[in-house]
Design a binder for this molecule. Structure first.
Ligand code: AMP
Length: 284
């Protein structure tokens, strides 16, 4: 596996491979790799001649009071894991490589309106603008045939699919199901912030999704009642505080009063100081 940090070097390597007619799969990540990321990489490996994974903690997508400074970074371990998952090129730029003029001085952004403003976008203003902008930059640099994203970040997938459609980007977004611990907790780089009591408390997130699923199965369609039941369950966990619990249309993310078709049940919950997200698709 080649580890590349400069944009120009990555472009040169890829130009040669592409001349040989090779297809390219891209897996963008912020590193501190876990089995969720590795599943994306293995799927990219199965579907493409060349796999590029990027590791970049993107300052543009963090708010001023968020965890950019303390976000876990472990490039040594990440390199070994990515190589074992079949990655050919690990692109690990410094902030200066991605934002040569300084990210604070950027004048150009990709703003996917409406779907970016809901759910996580409401509590993290500017987050999806940062995501869409950096992912556009990665797409421009790598020009992948396929790009792989996790269903764990359901809104991110919706925002990026819309960006690709609206801007005629010539690639396919592949969505990979959420990878979970045996006890149901969705894998996340931020899980390492949880102390043992918080790790236990975090199970309430998946439990509340399962509760909603059970109720949907037994015929409940009133989303206000579904959300109230989820909120009550989470409310019983003293270490948890709800950012949002939402039942929305899985394409437009508009909140629904009645779950009479496919819905996305999504939530952000703070466990102690750590903000975790999770979701479930109900096929209707
Ligand atoms: P991150 O490093 O958190 O930005 O995530 C990089 C990519 O991995 C994103 O497309 C995420 O949706 C995906 N991802 C993160 N956690 C999981 C998970 N538990 N299961 C599947 N994909 C995941």
């Amino acid at each position: 596996m080649d580890v590349i940090s400069r944009v120009a070097d990555l472009r040169t390597s890829l130009a040669t491979l592409r001349q040989q007619g090779k297809s390219v799969g891209l897996v963008p990540t912020m590193g501190c790799l876990h089995e969720g990321h590795l599943t994306l990489m293995r799927q990219a490996r199965a579907g493409n001649d060349v796999v590029v994974a990027s590791i970049f903690v993107n300052p543009l997508q963090f708010g001023p009071n968020e965890d950019y400074g303390v976000y876990p970074r472990n490039i040594q371990q990440d390199s070994a894991l990515a190589a074992a998952a079949g990655v050919d090129i690990l692109f690990a730029p410094q902030v200066e490589d991605m934002y040569p003029g300084g990210y604070e001085k950027m004048l150009t952004f990709v703003d996917v309106r409406n779907v970016s403003e809901r759910l996580c976008g409401a509590s993290r203003p500017g987050h999806f603008r940062g995501v869409a902008t950096v992912v556009s930059k990665l797409f421009n640099i790598v020009q992948p045939d396929d790009a792989y994203f996790g269903q764990k970040d359901a809104q991110q997938v919706i925002v990026l699919k819309r960006m690709v459609q609206d801007l005629n980007m010539n690639l396919r977004i592949v969505t990979v199901p959420t990878v979970r611990e045996k006890d149901g907790l969705a894998l996340s780089s931020r899980n390492c912030f949880l102390n043992p009591a918080e790790r236990e408390a975090a199970l309430v997130i998946n439990r509340s999704l399962r509760l909603a699923e059970e109720k949907l199965r037994s015929g409940e369609r009133d989303t206000a009642r579904l959300i109230a039941a989820m909120r009550e369950l989470i409310g019983d966990e003293p270490l948890a505080s709800i950012d949002y619990v939402s039942i929305s249309d899985p394409h437009s993310l508009t909140e629904l009063a009645v779950a009479d078709g496919p819905v996305l049940i999504a939530m952000a919950v703070r466990i102690g100081k750590t903000r975790l997200i999770d979701n479930m698709m109900w096929a209707g």
